[in-house]
Design a protein around this ligand. Structure first.
Ligand SMILES: Cc1cc2nc3c(=O)[nH]c(=O)nc-3n(C[C@H](O)[C@H](O)[C@H](O)COP(=O)(O)OP(=O)(O)OC[C@H]3O[C@@H](n4cnc5c(N)ncnc54)[C@H](O)[C@@H]3O)c2cc1C
Length: 383
């Protein structure tokens, strides 16, 4: 479906059109050879081999500079590649966080040492990062976090606990937020950002099963974990400002609304060539929304490329995008009776069941809906 939604300027650039085709051909070839199967979980599945394959083709770290192993290309090229990958349900989880937000954030705030150590591995699709922000009793109100970093010899000693750490059991590193001074002194200014090697002594990872019965989340405990000074990101006490960029990358992309694209296109296929007028109206409205989101996320990626920090815009995009995504299984379920029975196979049914059960997470992870709306309201002067 996205093939009909070319972005501004995309039609005028044969290289971009050729890139879209190249990614599609690669994906069709991978699917036909069983390189990955569409199914429950869609792009949220982790497959280190597939990530490395993308790295080999130059489709990870696309915008990172060549001197750090990246490809020095435009945000438009990255956008087109990731949109095609996400829309096809390819398993991207393994390298996703590193590629989406850690690479660009290190480029902005990291030291030369950190860039040289990590960016080439990120661009190779071989670096798995998790995010260590949320804590028990400290999710939306992130500044209330209790995990502490205290000064040691040439580094910091971490004690505390993180929760809902997606991919924590696979990750090489955690993007860790910890308190370096008391919240009474400075609630937000007392928080710092670190890169934690997940193999460090004192890191204990415990699985938490999600609603689908899968092990994706974890609880991660730190007992006197040492992080050398060279792994502090940016300035001590400046995590709150640094995080604005991080969260803009995390919230603004097409991953917020393309997660069930295969479900939507699968439903359209199964409705056959002469769907009812009810189905046409429902699908038409959905596709119009999809087009808006597609334009919006791309515009945000261009803002980020220009070095801007679109905090409020990213909050709007995530709120609209996750609303769209959450509604997809509801829409498909309403249309099931209209689908041709011979086409309603177990693979599609499993994808629908998975998307349905996964839907509530979308408006919580990466910033809950009420919190995003609070950010938007504040910007409008309403609170
Ligand atoms: C699938 C998934 C993956 C996740 N992965 C990670 C991860 O990798 N790393 C990580 O650090 N965290 C992760 N999280 C955690 C996520 O960021 C938190 O769940 C989220 O920030 C909400 O925090 P909470 O769960 O403590 O809920 P709470 O903050 O307790 O919120 C509960 C409800 O109350 C509402 N609420 C809270 N405060 C206000 C307010 N001031 N005004 C109005 N309403 C309010 C919220 O919007 C929400 O609806 C993940 C969560 C999910 C669901």
């Amino acid at each position: 479906m996205l093939r009909d939604f070319h972005l501004n300027g995309e039609n005028a650039d044969p290289a971009i059109l050729a890139l879209r085709e190249e990614v599609r051909e690669f994906l069709a070839d991978e699917k036909s050879r069983g390189g990955f199967a569409i199914g429950p979980g869609l792009w949220l599945r982790a497959d280190p081999e597939f990530s490395a394959k993308l790295g080999d083709r130059g489709w990870v770290g696309i915008t990172l500079p060549r001197e750090y192993g990246g490809h020095g290309q435009s945000a438009l090229r990255r956008y087109v590649v990731t949109e095609e990958l996400l829309a096809s349900g390819a398993p991207l989880r393994y390298h996703w966080v590193a590629d989406r937000q850690i690479g660009p954030n290190l480029l902005r705030f990291g030291t030369e040492f950190q860039k040289q150590q990590l960016l080439p591995r990120i661009a190779a699709g071989k670096c798995c990062f998790c995010v260590g922000m949320s804590e028990p009793n400290s999710g939306s109100d992130l500044a209330s976090m209790r995990t502490r970093a205290t000064r040691g010899d040439n580094g910091w000693i971490i004690n505390g606990r993180k929760i809902w750490t997606s991919n924590g059991h696979r990750a090489h590193y955690m993007n860790l937020l910890a308190r370096t001074s008391s919240d009474k002194e400075d609630r937000r200014g007392g928080v710092s950002q670190f890169i934690l090697d997940m193999k460090s002594p004192g890191v204990n990872i415990r699985p938490i099963l999600n609603m689908m019965g899968e092990h994706d989340f974890n609880e991660v405990e730190f007992q006197d974990v040492f992080i050398p000074d060279e792994w502090v990101i940016g300035e001590i006490g400046n995590a709150w400002n640094q995080l604005s960029t991080d969260l803009a990358y995390e919230r603004s992309g097409s991953d917020r609304w393309l997660g069930s694209h295969e479900l939507l296109t699968g439903a359209i296929d199964r409705l056959g060539p002469t769907p009812s007028s009810t189905a046409v109206r429902a699908i038409g409205a959905k596709v119009a929304e999809l087009f808006t989101l597609h334009r919006m996320s791309f515009a945000l990626s261009a803002m980020l490329e220009r070095g801007e920090t679109p905090v409020v815009e990213a909050a709007i995009a995530k709120d609209l995008g996750t609303h769209f995504e959450k509604g997809t299984p509801d829409l498909v379920e309403l249309l099931v009776d209209e689908m041709r029975p011979d086409q309603f196979d177990e693979e599609f049914a499993a994808m629908l069941r998975y998307s349905r059960r996964n839907a509530p997470t979308m408006t919580v992870k990466g910033g809950a809906r009420e919190i995003l709306r609070g950010i938007i309201a504040r910007d409008l002067g309403l609170r």
